[in-house]
Ligand binder design. Structure first.
Ligand code: PGA
Length: 257
């Protein structure tokens, strides 16, 4: 089995102006030590308006936190008012881009086809795509969780072939667990992660599929992270609410301690 470096991503969503963002990332860095960065790939994904400010702080203070973005358009440039292109993000030093978050699917009508175009464009711009999949409560209760996740995954990965699996992560985020304080059972999340891994093996070559990191997301906090990370196919977490608190986010990054 490939050794996958754990990946912990803070999704700040639409929170924190650029000044607040600077403070948050500085506070986070005070709570982390050199070893933490060696053990875990740590990403913060602030709103677009904070990217440049955070990039400068990370550079000036030599903080090895990686910069993430919460979304990107698939085109390189053009008449797409209000959108931001992968190339623009790459130029800012962004390394990971979240695509297909359930909030974007629900509130902004993102389809599997759009998620697929975005994932391709992000990888094409030499960044890593974090593709989000997950079922709603109705779907879980109807016993459809596996089918929904499989079909979202197939849709998102259509036509994508990779030589290096580290440019792709899949975040399994059951919609009912996001921001609700209610998490999936680690065993259930582990089963879905296993299903995702098997599909990746079928779709990509097996070695590449083993390099892809699978994250769990949905009400992750310092108390529950360890149980998720103990699952064979779960390699990290996509953290919303708790990532806004540097103490909590640092504690999640240091889940081993
Ligand atoms: P949450 O959000 O940790 O607040 O549940 C997770 C996410 O939406 O990525």
């Amino acid at each position: 089995m490939t050794d996958r470096t754990p990946l912990i991503v803070g999704n700040w969503k639409m929170n924190a102006n650029h000044l607040e963002s600077i403070q948050m990332v500085q506070k986070l860095s005070y709570r982390l030590e050199g070893e933490d960065y060696e053990r875990v790939e740590i990403v913060v994904a602030p709103p677009f308006t904070s990217l440049r400010s955070i990039q400068l702080v990370l550079e000036q203070d030599h903080i090895p936190v990686l910069l993430g973005a919460q979304n990107a358009h698939w085109a390189e440039s053009g008449a797409y008012t209000g959108e931001v292109s992968p190339g623009m993000l790459a130029k800012l030093g962004v390394r990971h881009v979240i695509v297909g978050h359930s909030e974007r699917r629900e509130h902004f009508g993102e389809t599997d086809e759009m998620v697929n175009k975005k994932a391709k464009a992000v990888i094409g711009a030499d960044m890593a795509a974090i593709v989000c999949v997950g079922e709603t409560l109705d779907e879980r209760e109807a016993g459809q969780a596996e089918d929904v996740v499989s079909s979202q995954l197939q849709g998102a990965l259509r036509g994508i072939s990779l030589e290096d699996g580290s440019v792709l992560s899949i975040a399994y985020e059951p919609v009912w667990a996001i921001g609700s304080g209610r998490t999936a059972l680690p065993d259930d999340a582990g089963l879905i992660a296993g299903l995702i891994r098997r599909q990746l093996v079928d779709r990509l070559n097996s070695e590449v599929a083993q390099q892809v990191r699978i994250l769990y997301g949905g009400s992750v906090n310092p108390a529950n992270i360890k149980d998720f990370m103990a699952k064979t196919d779960i390699d990290g977490a996509l953290v919303g609410g708790a990532s806004l608190d540097p103490d909590k986010f640092a504690a999640i990054v240091r889940y081993r301690l």
